[in-house]
Design a protein around this ligand. Structure first.
Ligand code: 26W
Length: 825
């Protein structure tokens, strides 16, 4: 019997029943026989694990059937390589997508356990920094929902993104312990382990037939062990696999060293191996530039490619069909070393000729760029690559020779152009540019919003675009409406179902039918009532966590995302200071009551970002405690922003702040989550805000500020913001207050440099966009005063969110990049 028929003909057990009775009995059984706990003494974590085990069993049949189907149909597989998957909690997602919410809830109630309590107990899997990692998680869910045979490949970090605590308003970072109670979702696959090498030397050997081959002899070896997590699609359409690699030593202990008394040395190899998957790098824009990071990148690229090639050969037996049966998407340049690794596997291991290997490699890879910030573009010193991955460095040189020859001959590039497309950057002490490597090794390269893709063509990749004009394409980001509307906002979801029926659950574009109700006063009232309920829940959370009371009747004005200068939390908090001045200056005037809500983490080494967190907390303390404010303005900073916190904040927002300096936010995806939940956006013409403006129309969004071209022009002229500041007494007053220590009496100079930076270069245009921002906020106030108008706008936002579903994004990847047929619903 061949391997194939074994897989397809194997018997299957009876599927588990999904009745309340069956679930109840099964949860109890898991608690007793898998966890080993008597229900009388079981702790909440035991119930959580037992429930997840029972839910997991009901997903298993679909999981196995999905994989059998791919074998049976010989459909193309998609592999999403990402150093980050910011999945958050899985239980509600899995239950909701598998239609198990109600029976599980009832079963637990019968057992005297509250499902909501268990949901809150599940740790938030924070294996990512921000947008790029969360996008990967949304994509995994959409690929399963669209029945695409897909695998996510990443790293099983023992510690995800750090836990953020506040110490007197300063961020402090603490280790995150998501695996402390074990992880009932994952399956360790010890049989799927691959050897990964580092260092050593390359030896040229001549085969008996006279061929010269290169043999890499690494001097360091370790194992990559697979851990699989099921990803359930909507209505359990399909269950895909997220395969995360964990590094382990080949020999857990060096017994000879131990026996000779060197007890620490005996464990050295083990510690060295495990260090690779110990922790996620917490910088979301500046490359760490450290050897361990490069080791992480190669480790997971190599393990994933070995696994992909093994699976392909097992099913198809030859490598020529690779591009027909395999699509590999590189999530930014973090896995870009995969291009060289694929070449190495094909040529050195499988004896494929160079030209053929290069055609196959380009045939399978696609590369997504997520940022154009120059400091974020990865490059590695040639010397480091040479030492750690000598064979890959050879391959990079060979690829480079080919590309540069083509550029010279076919495209007649000048020396300057050649220098710009070269994989080797000669300006900064010889470095390998990973963006260039990912570009030349891929058949398609995409940006994540229309504007960003245009800028890719004009800036970082302009010369490569000239050389390969049909490669760059746009794939505007999206979010999964299951997690970001249906699960996080059940109140709104019920209201929508009652109003336009259930069809939108399966086809999010159907939300457009809400347009007919946008002016309906009774629908508006119900829409607003749902929002108020969500705001009440958030107000309660704010009171619990910060001891600050906020009124759910006030406008909830929200900016939650990583703290970064280009995202301009500083602009927002300066506006709060200006509003504070205005409220005190005009005790006779009515103001719209607002709560400004911030949350987000700063990279531990990013001083200005950490200082902005401290500023927000300093301003909050002063404003929240000043009776002259009459409760009209509150500022709160919620610590430890993560997916789970976002799931509470987003449904409660009235106003969504998307105020990055134009040209700098590649897309943004938070903007889409707020839109789905009926918040209005105040934003710049940046990233996907541009498409959002197009989708909802000018009447339903508040746009302000300099455009990308205007920003570029001011930067090119090295224009200083002096005149903008001189022309704005409100800005001057706010800046003076901040710089002179009004909010930091304990250290009056704390913000002096931060503020003087706005007078000097103001790279991010905070000063020059300030008046436009204040004016836009005034427009927001005016809209709020007309509640019927506001509600109408909010409803229109939900109605038009369909375009921003990651289902749409994934269909476009499937069609334009992966060459995968998406079955229609
Ligand atoms: C090498 C260090 C490093 C780490 C992470 C550099 C760059 C990154 C990411 C590219 C940062 C990131 O998350 N980018 C965000 O990607 C989202 C998904 O496409 C976009 O919506 C955001 O606009 C973009 O900032």
């Amino acid at each position: 019997m061949s391997q194939k028929s074994v897989v397809l003909d194997a018997p299957t057990p009876e599927p588990r029943q999904v009745t309340v009775e069956a679930l109840q009995a099964h949860i109890l059984e898991k608690l007793t026989y898998s966890i080993g706990k008597d229900p009388i003494v079981a702790r909440p974590h035991d119930w959580l694990a037992a429930t997840i085990f029972a839910v997991r069993d009901r997903i298993m049949d679909r999981w196995m059937e999905s994989s059998r189907e791919t074998w049976r149909t010989s459909n193309k597989r998609v592999y999403y390589l990402s150093l980050e998957f910011l999945i958050g909690r899985l239980m509600r997602d899995a239950m909701s997508n598998a239609g198990l919410m109600e029976p599980v809830q009832q079963a637990l109630t019968n057992l005297g356990v509250d499902l909501g309590d268990l949901i809150d107990l599940e740790p938030d899997a924070a294996l990512g920094n921000g947008g790029l990692g969360r996008l990967a998680a949304c994509f995994m869910e959409s690929m399963a929902s669209l029945k695409i045979p897909a695998y996510g490949y990443g790293i099983r970090y023992a510690h995800g993104l750090f836990r953020q605590e506040m110490s007197e308003g300063w961020q402090v970072e603490l280790p995150e312990e998501w695996l402390a109670h074990g992880n009932p979702w994952e399956f360790e696959r010890r049989e799927s382990a691959y050897e990964i090498g580092f260092g050593g030397h390359v030896e040229g050997v001549t085969d008996p037939d006279g061929e010269l081959r290169q043999e890499w002899h690494p001097n360091e070896h370790l194992l990559a062990v697979a851990f699989d997590t099921p990803i359930v699609g909507w209505r359990a359409a399909r269950v895909n696999t997220l395969r995360l690699w964990s590094a382990q030593p080949i020999d857990p202990i060096l017994l000879d060293k131990f026996n000779s008394g060197d007890h620490i040395g005996a464990l050295e190899e083990s510690a060295r191996a495990e260090a690779i998957t110990r922790v996620l790098y917490p910088a979301d824009s500046t490359p760490a530039g450290q050897e361990l990071r490069l080791r992480q990148e190669y480790f997971f690229s190599s393990a994933s490619l070995q696994d992909i090639v093994r699976r392909h050969l097992q099913q198809y037996g030859d490598l020529g069909s690779l591009p027909d049966k395999v699509a590999i998407q590189l999530n930014d340049t973090h896995p870009a070393i995969s291009i060289a690794e694929m070449m190495r596997i094909l040529i050195d291991i499988h004896g494929v000729e160079w030209d053929e290997a290069w055609t196959l490699t380009r045939g399978v890879f696609g590369y997504t760029n997520h940022t154009l910030l120059p400091e974020a573009l990865e490059s590695w010193p040639v010397a480091l690559l040479e030492r750690l991955l000598p064979r890959h460095m050879q391959i990079v040189y060979a690829i480079n020779a080919e590309i540069l020859t083509e550029a010279r001959k076919r495209a007649k590039f000048t020396d300057e152009q050649i220098a710009r497309v070269s994989l080797i950057d000669e300006q900064n002490g010889r470095r390998v540019r990973m963006g260039q490597l990912a570009f030349v090794g891929s058949h398609k390269i995409n940006g994540v919003s229309a504007l960003h893709t245009e800028l890719m063509k004009q800036t970082v990749f302009s010369d490569l675009h000239k050389l390969y004009p049909d490669r760059i394409n746009n794939k505007t980001n999206g979010i999964t409406p299951r997690r970001w509307l249906m699960q996080c906002n059940p109140g709104l979801t019920s209201l929508l179902s009652e109003t336009i029926g259930d069809a939108f659950l399966d086809d999010i574009r159907k939300l457009e039918e809400l347009g007919a109700y946008a002016d309906d006063p009774s629908f508006q009232k119900r829409f607003a009532a749902v929002k108020l309920e969500n705001k009440t829940r958030l107000a309660e959370l704010i009171r619990e966590r910060l001891g600050v009371r906020v009124s759910p009747e006030a406008m909830f004005d929200v900016q939650i995302k990583r703290i970064h200068e280009y995202k301009r939390q500083l602009l927002n908090i300066i506006q709060a200071v200006a509003a504070y001045d205005e409220i005190r200056a005009h005790p006779e005037r009515d103001f719209v009551p607002r709560v400004k809500i911030f949350a987000g983490k700063a990279a531990p080494s990013y001083w200005n970002a950490k200082l902005v967190i401290k500023l927000i907390n300093d301003v909050a303390r002063v404003i929240n405690n000043d009776p002259a404010v009459r409760g009209l303005l509150k500022v709160v900073f919620l610590p430890n922003y993560n997916v789970s916190l976002a799931e509470v904040i987003v449904p409660a927002a009235d106003l969504s702040e998307q105020i990055s300096t134009a040209g700098m936010e590649a897309s943004g995806t938070g903007n889409m989550k707020f839109m789905a939940n009926g918040a209005l956006t105040i934003g710049t013409m940046d990233g996907a805000n541009v498409e959002m403006h197009e989708e909802v129309g000018d009447d339903n969004i508040v746009i302000f500020g300099l455009t990308t071209d205007e920003v570029a022009a001011k930067r090119a002229k090295s224009e200083v913001p002096r005149s903008a500041i001189d022309a704005s007494p409100d800005l001057q007053e706010a800046l003076n207050a901040i710089a002179s220590g009004v909010f930091s009496p304990d250290d009056p100079n704390r913000y002096r440099d931060l503020v003087s930076g706005l007078y000097d270069t103001d790279w991010f245009m905070v000063a020059r966009d300030f008046d436009a921002y204040v004016a836009a906020q005034k427009r927001v106030d005016a809209l709020w005063l007309d509640q019927s108008r506001w509600n109408r706008m909010a409803i229109c936002n939900t109605a038009h969110v369909g375009f921003f579903s990651s289902d749409r994004t994934i269909r476009q990847y499937a069609e334009d990049i992966w060459g995968v047929q998406v079955p229609t619903a």
